[in-house]
Design a protein around this ligand. Sequence first.
Ligand code: BEZ
Length: 239
Amino acid sequence: MEEKQEQQAVTMPRIGDAAPAFKAITTQGEINFPKDYSGGWVILFSHPADFTPVCTSEFMTFAHMEEQYEKANCKLVGLSVDGLYSHIAWLRTIKEKIEYKGMKDIEVTFPLIEDITMEVAKKYGMIQPGEDTTKAVRAVFFIDPKGIIRTIIYYPLSLGRNFDELYRVLIALKTADEFSIATPADWRPGDDVIVPPAGSCGTAKDRMEGKEEDVTCYDWFFCTKKLDKEKVLKAVLKK
Ligand code: BEZ
């Protein structure tokens, strides 16, 4: 068979696409993705390699925050193109030996996919040859309860992710779904949210004249309203 035919196509999923399906071996047994996660949110993320410092700091941070994500009904699934035994050895080392920024005895209990063939990494556009031909970049896919990709973030090999930001993204996505609003720059629960744009000249006029209760307009197309932090958290946690 010609080499060209043997090569697996590299695809770049897009926001709004159904998450590409796959079955894989992980450190927590076999998974059928995204089917096993339907009904809840899941973050699929890749890292370049086991036993590397940036990845170790990331895994410790993510594992440390897992309960927080769990409360937001979101599971975590990691991936690298390393094999299962490398994954197991690395996670054991993290638990037994690494103390970092006050975190120690960290047990990674979410699944870590072995992907030596790069089958999954290629399906998710995680191999980006300009960065590295054999290591996955730091990709993050937010997948909703219907298996739809809702946010994609890619980072290069040298840049450790900000896990508070990833959590903020999850909560903002869930808040937008729950309250049919949008979230402005740097939004956090408790901050004002953006109301859908005026759909008629009448609504635009009413808003600018202050006739819509609780709505503040900076111009007719840019209006916000208050949304209590407690209301947001009640709606998005464990849903
Ligand atoms: C790291 O995780 O430290 C790392 C991995 C691959 C390339 C560069 C850094």
